[in-house]
Design a protein around this ligand. Sequence first.
Ligand SMILES: N[C@@H](CCC(=O)N[C@@H](CS)C(=O)NCC(=O)O)C(=O)O
Length: 226
Amino acid sequence: MKLYIGNKNYSSWSMRSGVLLTAFGIPFEEVKLRFDFSEGSAWHRTIGAVSPTRRVPVLIEDDGFAVWDTLAIAEYVADRHPEQAIWPRAPRDRARARSLCAEMHAGFTRLRTVCPMNIEAFFPDVGARLWAEDAALRADVARIDAAWADALAGSGGPFLFGAFSAADAYFAPVAVRLSRFSLPLSDASAGYRDALLAHPAVEDWVADAMREQDFIVEDEPYRSTR
Ligand SMILES: N[C@@H](CCC(=O)N[C@@H](CS)C(=O)NCC(=O)O)C(=O)O
């Protein structure tokens, strides 16, 4: 199967599915589409041909069957690979992991808006200013911190539910944002952020992102050049 993704440096949704498949050793071919939102671009033509939502990520089976949206992709891959604990095995952990993914999928809009993922760039000064000025951002980070600390206290770590699961893949781009904008966390959550960033599937994604050497203006509110 193929996983269509956007720029690895910027595409946080693509990262979730890419990290998930890599972390569980599920074979797939990666098809990277460079973001280009101009009229008639290759991006629009290609994504329009494979995904009804015209968004990445989208998973395409060899017979052309498409699964779009990170939550549906995680569920589909878990259905196809019951031998893998993509969701935690214990029912309550599984329910909690799904709650956290759903919460991430639908929420944390302030963090996502003002701290866009940009793996290769470090903005500690912007982060400090935002932290001082933006109560909605502080509330998003406080909720993430509490959710992480609660799950880690229950599982004992190193990942949210012990072993790496879809919930951790979901929070990988959050760990990147928190680190790049240098936003403060409790000790437990900071340790988890670092463990997540050190996971081999996350490290692979980050290394590829660093090599991209691209600059997409729409994704760069804090820089005019690289
Ligand atoms: N809810 C979707 C979000 C997907 C999404 O917004 N992807 C972005 C890239 S990170 C995209 O394709 N944007 C292109 C556009 O909005 O035209 C998911 O979970 O997959």
